[in-house]
Design a protein around this ligand. Structure first.
Ligand SMILES: [Zn+2]
Length: 201
């Protein structure tokens, strides 16, 4: 049995995704061995990110101001909105240099089994954004992950858009992305191709 402070660290680390008990323990012992300034830098980085980073009021991407950098960039085309699941999905798409529009981050994917319903995601906010755009939005690209939940989310959003804004073209990334994979891990060539070859749905 560890001393309570060590146990607390193991417990907290074990809450991280993909970190089992054994890894949590290994990380905790690693932190115990590192010099105080290094360990404190990690603690400070966690504290700072929680204090300074919030969600963009327009697209729900990560932002250190009211609006994210992409929403603040006047050169980005407001007529095309790319819908992704997580803020982490914006980065690989940016890296392809294929996309010059704006984003909308849903904050996850629909999964009724896990209790994730439409109202838990920023779907209503997307519909409102398209409505408020007063005809400015020409295309919505659905770039949710090629997984069961990602596909279900894309279908739901596409249906909603067709009903509310039939003038808007709704597209989905071309196949070629590994099925069941995560956008975050797709290489930029594959993702760039999927973007260029997107089709209306
Ligand atoms: Zn934004």
């Amino acid at each position: 049995m560890h001393a309570p402070p060590v146990q607390r660290l193991v417990t907290e680390l074990g809450r991280l995704p993909g970190i089992g008990q054994r890894t949590a323990q290994r990380l905790a012992f690693h932190i115990l061995r590192t010099p105080p300034e290094e360990a404190n830098a990690l603690a400070d980085a966690i504290r700072e990110v929680k204090e300074k980073i919030g969600l963009c009021e327009v697209c729900f991407n990560l932002a250190d101001e009211a609006r994210c950098r992409i929403c603040q960039d006047e050169r980005r085309d407001g007529g095309v909105i790319c819908v992704v699941e997580e803020p982490g999905d914006v980065i690989p798409i940016e890296r392809t240099h294929e996309f010059h529009g704006r984003y909308h981050v849903l904050g996850g994917a629909l999964s009724p089994i896990d209790g994730v319903d439409p109202e838990h995601l920023k779907i209503a906010e997307l519909f409102r954004r398209v409505d408020d755009g007063a005809g400015q939005v020409r295309e919505v690209v659905l770039a949710t992950n090629p997984t069961t939940t990602g596909e279900a989310t894309a279908l739901f959003v596409a249906d909603g858009l067709r009903e509310r804004a039939p003038q808007v073209t709704v597209t989905r990334l071309a196949s070629g992305l590994p099925v069941g994979g995560d956008l975050e891990y797709a290489d930029e060539v594959t993702l760039g191709r999927a973007f260029a070859g997107r089709r209306a749905v």
